[in-house]
Design a protein around this ligand. Sequence first.
Ligand SMILES: NC(=O)c1ccc[n+]([C@@H]2O[C@H](COP(=O)([O-])OP(=O)(O)OC[C@H]3O[C@@H](n4cnc5c(N)ncnc54)[C@H](OP(=O)(O)O)[C@@H]3O)[C@@H](O)[C@H]2O)c1
Length: 291
Amino acid sequence: MRIGFIGLGIMGRPMASNLMNAGYELVVYNRTKSKAEALIHRGAKWANSPAELAHNANTVITMVADPDAVRDSATEPDGFLPHMRDNFLWINTSTVNPSFARQMAAESESQGVRFVDAPVAGSRIPAEKGELIFFAGGNRQDVDACAPLFDGMGKKTVHTGEAGTGSGLKMLFNLLLGTGMAMFSEVLNLGQSLGFSKETLFSTLLGSPVVPGFIEGKRDKMDSGDFAADFPLKWMHKDLYLAALTAYEQQVPMPGAAAVRELFGQALQAGYGDADFSALARFLEPDDEDQ
Ligand SMILES: NC(=O)c1ccc[n+]([C@@H]2O[C@H](COP(=O)([O-])OP(=O)(O)OC[C@H]3O[C@@H](n4cnc5c(N)ncnc54)[C@H](OP(=O)(O)O)[C@@H]3O)[C@@H](O)[C@H]2O)c1
């Protein structure tokens, strides 16, 4: 029996490829078939729908954009969930909100399918190197059953608790990523208006305790202006929206995160959605003619 992998974007493709490197047989599905070609060429079997994939796999892994894409893949008429056999395993690695993950756990259970809520920390390069970190929510036995697969794609797995807690931890992680990027982008903008060069700002601020470590990894993009996406800005906006939804459900105020979400929303509307989320720094820079 094979592993079924759905969602072959920036993250899904290298994850699936690493599973093949680890010796697993894969059956794959992606809404846009062309993204599966390299894997098919290496021997992965193509499924024409998530339902067809479910007939050829005992474990299904999803790595798609957002809750709607997960629901479409799982429960729509051609979705995999109703076609999975009893006691088979669904691992959702897409970033979703905790209450949605709990819903998917309940729907899985009603179909006799075991569900593990396992979003990842780490972007394109850790995905390629097999160095992702899995935040795995689910019962201990199911998370343990996933361990060889997680080891094939990542360097560490944290068992966070029940389904929903993996997505909860991932949400906290991305809140820090988004707000950190927003604050650094504003600092760059203010600093340049005060006459400091980008070089001076990078060399004095990066590496200091006040700047999050991940910003160093974005320096080349901000220096070169080449914002080819490792983590698309539209997905950061999505994650901040899902955090707001969660804050509403939890009755927790998050005024700072709300302001940052709107900032990413403005960048999205200005056409930066498919760029890396660090393009927020470029979005905030004044146009040349304004300087
Ligand atoms: N990139 C990162 O650094 C990173 C890190 C951690 C977690 N994540 C999370 O991982 C997930 C995937 O991100 P990515 O960066 O790989 O994004 P991506 O390259 O944009 O890939 C998105 C995937 O979702 C599929 N998809 C989108 N809408 C769909 C729908 N309605 N029905 C079925 N499939 C749909 C896409 O299919 P098509 O190919 O047909 O468009 C593609 O396979 C997201 O939840 C993201 O937040 C990303």
